[in-house]
Design a protein around this ligand. Structure first.
Ligand code: NAD
Length: 499
C-alpha cells in the first residue's frame, strides 16, 4: 500500500493518527506474505466518529479464501509437530509485543471502532492475556493410560490438534475476539484462516504482523478481511479442507453457519448474541449495584454481547436506583474516542444508531419514561446519548432484542419467583447479573439463571482464565479457562492388546 505523505486538509485525523493508519497492514495475510486480493479489490474502513474514510483494505475473494485455507492445510502437519514449549514461547513473545505497542494498537482500534482510547487499551491488555493464558495451557495438554476392565488391554488416551480452523470475529472487540480464538488454536497446534469483521480489519491485521514477528511460522495464521462473507466462507466450510469453525457474532449468522457446517460435520464453537438480565434485589448495596450496572451497561458503549439488556429492580428501590443511575449516565462525556476525557464513543455505524433510536422510541411509545438521554446526538458521527428509561414494558422490542447501545431500560419487580421467570423468558442465555447481600438468595438465583455465566455482585464476567460462553441460542462451547483449548483438540484413544 502506498503511504500518504500527509493528511488531506479536511481530515479530522492528526498527523500521528494519519501516520499510524498509513503504516498499518492493509493487505491479506496468506502463507506468511502480505498480498493484495487476486482482483485488486479493496473496501473502505471508516472512522465511526466522523464518517471519514481511514483507508482502503484488500477485499478477499473466494479464490483468496481458498488460497488462505490451502496455506493453512499445508502448514498443519509441521505445526502440529512443533513442541508445546515452542508454541508457548511464540504466544508469550506476542503477549509481550502487544504490551510494548499498546499505545499505537489502542489508537488504531479507537480509530476504526470508536471506543475511547482507555477502553481500547483495556481491550489490548485483555486480548494479550489470552495469549499468555494459552501459552500456559499449551504446556498442560494431558492424556491418560488405563487398564481395560477385563485386564487384557491398555488404553492410551492422547489429545491432538483438530486441524485447520476457520475463525470468524465481530467488530465490537476487534482484537480480543481474535486472540480468544487464536490463543488456544496456536497452543493446541492448529492452523487457521481468520476473517475479521469488515468494519474493523486493522486491529486483526496488526495482530497478524505481531504473531509473525513473534516467530509464528508462515501459513499458520492467515487473515482474509472481506465484504462478501458468505461468498468467501461458505465454500471453505463445504470444501472438506477445514476441520473446525469457531464463530463469534450474531445468533442469526451463527445459525446459518451451523447449517453449513453440518455438510462436512465440522466441529463448531459458537459465541452468539445475548440479552442479559441484571437483577437488583431490595437487600443489595445500591451504590455497588449502580456501579455494576454502569459497567455491565456501558462497557464498549453498550456494544457487548454481555451488556445488561434488561435491568430488573425491586419496586421498593427502583426510584432511588433510577435517579442514581441517571445521574451517572448524564455525567458521561460523549465524543471522539481519541479526545481527552471522553468516556462514550460513537456507535459502529449509521444502522446501529438508527436501531437504537427505533428501540428507544418504541419503548417510550409503550409507556417508558425517559430519565436521561433518549435521543441520538446532534453531531457528525454515529453517537447516541447515554439513556436511562424506567417503566419499560415487557412488550417493548428492547426486552427481546439486543439493544447494542448506551441505553439502560429499568423494569420493576416484586417477587423473586417473578423476576427469575422474567429473566429466563428469552431464547438467549449468555450471562445474568444478580445483586443481593443474601447469600442463600444469591446462590439460589445464580443456580436458577438459564445462562452460561452469572455475575454475582459484579458487573463484568469476562476473564481469560474463566470459561466464557452461553447456553440456549447464545452458543455452543466455551472460550478461555482451562477448557478453552479443548475446543481445538481431538481426543484419540489407542487400544493396546496385552494378551
Ligand atoms: P454478525 O453476526 O453480523 O457478524 C459477525 C461476523 O460474521 C463478521 O465478521 C461478519 O462479517 C461475519 N458474517 C456475517 N455473515 C456471514 C456469513 N453468512 N458467513 C460467514 N461470516 C459472516 O455480528 P456483528 O454485528 O459483527 O457483531 C455483533 C454480534 O456479535 C452481537 O449479536 C453480539 O452479541 C455478538 N457477540 C457475541 C460474543 C460472544 O462471545 N458471545 C462476543 C462479541 C459479540
Amino acid at each position: 500500500m502506498s503511504t500518504p505523505a500527509a493528511a488531506p486538509p479536511l481530515s479530522a485525523l492528526t498527523d500521528r493518527e494519519w501516520r499510524l493508519i498509513a503504516a498499518a497492514p492493509h493487505q491479506l495475510l496468506v502463507d506468511g506474505r502480505w498480498v493484495d486480493s487476486e482482483n485488486g479489490a479493496t473496501f473502505d474502513v471508516l472512522d465511526p466518529a466522523t464518517g471519514e474514510v481511514l483507508c482502503a483494505v484488500a477485499d478477499a475473494t473466494p479464490a483468496d479464501g481458498r488460497r488462505a485455507l490451502e496455506a493453512a492445510v499445508t502448514a498443519q502437519s509441521s505445526f502440529a509437530r512443533t513442541s508445546p514449549r515452542e508454541r508457548a514461547d511464540i504466544l508469550t513473545r506476542a503477549f509481550e509485543l502487544l504490551h510494548e505497542r499498546i499505545d499505537d494498537l489502542a489508537l488504531l482500534m479507537t480509530l476504526e471502532m470508536g471506543k475511547p482510547v482507555a477502553e481500547a487499551k483495556a481491550e489490548i491488555a485483555y486480548a494479550a492475556e489470552f495469549l499468555r493464558h494459552f501459552a500456559g495451557e499449551a504446556l498442560r495438554i494431558d492424556g491418560g493410560y488405563q487398564t481395560a476392565p477385563a485386564g487384557d488391554a491398555r488404553f492410551l488416551i492422547t489429545r491432538q490438534p483438530v486441524g485447520p480452523c476457520l475463525l470468524i470475529t465481530p467488530w465490537n472487540f476487534p482484537m480480543a475476539m481474535g486472540t480468544r480464538k487464536l490463543g488456544p488454536a496456536i497452543a493446541a497446534g492448529c492452523t487457521s484462516v481468520i476473517k475479521p469483521a469488515p468494519q474493523t480489519p486493522l486491529s486483526m491485521l496488526a495482530l497478524g504482523a505481531i504473531l509473525a514477528e513473534a516467530g509464528l511460522p508462515d501459513g499458520v495464521v492467515n487473515i482474509v478481511p472481506c465484504t462478501g462473507a458468505n461468498e468467501v466462507i461458505e465454500p471453505l466450510i463445504r470444501s472438506g479442507l477445514a476441520r473446525k469453525l469457531s464463530f463469534t457474532g450474531s445468533t442469526k449468522v451463527g445459525k446459518i453457519l451451523l447449517e453449513q457446517c453440518a455438510d462436512k460435520v465440522l466441529r463448531t464453537s459458537m459465541e452468539l448474541g445475548g440479552n442479559a438480565p441484571f437483577i437488583v434485589f431490595e437487600d443489595a448495596d445500591l451504590e455497588e449495584a449502580v456501579a455494576g450496572a454502569m459497567t455491565a451497561k456501558m462497557r464498549n458503549m453498550g456494544e457487548a454481547c454481555t451488556a445488561a439488556n434488561r435491568i430488573y429492580v425491586h419496586e421498593s428501590v427502583i426510584e432511588e436506583f433510577g435517579s442514581r443511575l441517571a445521574e451517572k449516565m448524564a455525567a458521561l462525556r460523549v465524543g471522539r474516542g481519541t479526545d481527552e476525557g471522553v468516556t462514550v464513543g460513537p456507535l459502529i455505524d449509521e444502522a446501529a444508531q438508527a436501531k437504537v433510536t427505533e428501540l428507544v422510541d418504541d419503548a417510550v411509545t409503550r409507556g417508558a419514561t425517559v430519565l436521561t438521554g433518549g435521543t441520538a446526538c446532534d453531531r457528525v458521527g454515529y453517537f447516541y446519548t447515554p439513556t436511562v428509561l424506567t417503566g419499560v414494558s415487557p412488550q417493548a422490542r428492547m426486552a427481546t432484542e439486543e439493544i447494542f447501545g448506551p441505553v439502560a431500560p429499568l423494569t420493576p419487580f416484586s417477587t423473586e419467583a417473578e423476576v427469575v421467570a422474567a429473566a429466563n423468558d428469552t431464547p438467549y442465555g449468555l450471562v445474568a447479573y444478580v445483586y443481593t447481600n443474601d447469600l442463600r438468595r444469591a446462590l439460589r438465583v445464580g443456580e436458577a439463571m438459564e445462562s452460561g455465566m452469572v455475575g454475582l455482585n459484579q458487573g463484568v464476567v469476562s476473564n481469560p482464565a474463566a470459561p466464557f460462553g452461553g447456553v440456549k441460542e447464545s452458543g455452543l462451547g466455551r472460550e478461555g479457562g482451562s477448557i478453552g483449548i479443548d475446543e481445538f483438540l481431538e481426543l484419540k484413544y489407542i487400544g493396546i492388546a496385552m494378551g
